[in-house]
Design a protein around this ligand. Structure first.
Ligand SMILES: [Zn+2]
Length: 178
């Protein structure tokens, strides 16, 4: 359990009503992305600010496949406030531009939110996929979609951080990264 939650009531400490706070504590402590936000689960982080964090997908479709998530738990878009949604896309936009830098030389990217189980959402915490793409990568993309294999994530994360840092803040989609 993240250290920040230790002072909150345990779900087993009280057999009384299932309060909104108790439900929230349970959801957050059961959520792998919330554990990443709290530093209690490992991730190759490439970006972080007050509301959003981004890290490599543990099962990337293509090299540099990144997930952008709100730090505050939201199971799906119905629980996500619009301002945080803007923050998510702002960071996704910036990462999509960064992967066209020297570390990746991507030609484009897919930005995608699977909202709800019906849409194949597999982790119940909103996440924006940024999937780097290259011209003629149809076969490699299809293979990656099946294998979802991570290779040298430390090097990939370092390359992405470098490409993010190299973006010109005047033309980038965000102005708050160092
Ligand atoms: Zn969560």
């Amino acid at each position: 359990m993240p250290a920040s939650l230790k002072s909150l009531p345990s779900r087993t400490a009280d057999s009384g009503t299932d309060s909104p706070l108790r439900r929230r504590v349970r959801r957050v402590s059961d959520c792998v992305f919330c554990r990443i936000v709290a530093g209690a689960a490992p991730a190759h982080r490439v970006y972080e600010d007050d509301t959003v964090t981004a890290f490599l997908d543990i099962r990337p479709i293509t090299r540099g496949h990144t997930l952008v998530i709100p730090k505050r738990h939201a199971t799906d878009l119905s629980e996500l406030d619009a301002e945080t949604g803007v923050d998510l896309f702002r960071v996704g936009h910036r990462i999509a531009r960064a992967v066209q830098g020297p570390g990746f030389a991507a030609d484009g990217a897919n930005l995608l939110v699977n909202d709800g189980k019906a849409a194949f959402q597999t982790v119940a915490h909103v996440h924006l996929h940024v999937i780097p793409r290259s011209h003629g990568d149809k076969f490699r993309f299809a293979t990656g979609l099946v294998l979802r294999r991570s290779r040298e994530p430390e090097r990939v994360a370092a390359a992405l951080r470098a490409d993010l840092a190299a973006l010109d803040p005047r033309t980038g989609s965000a102005d708050d990264t160092a």
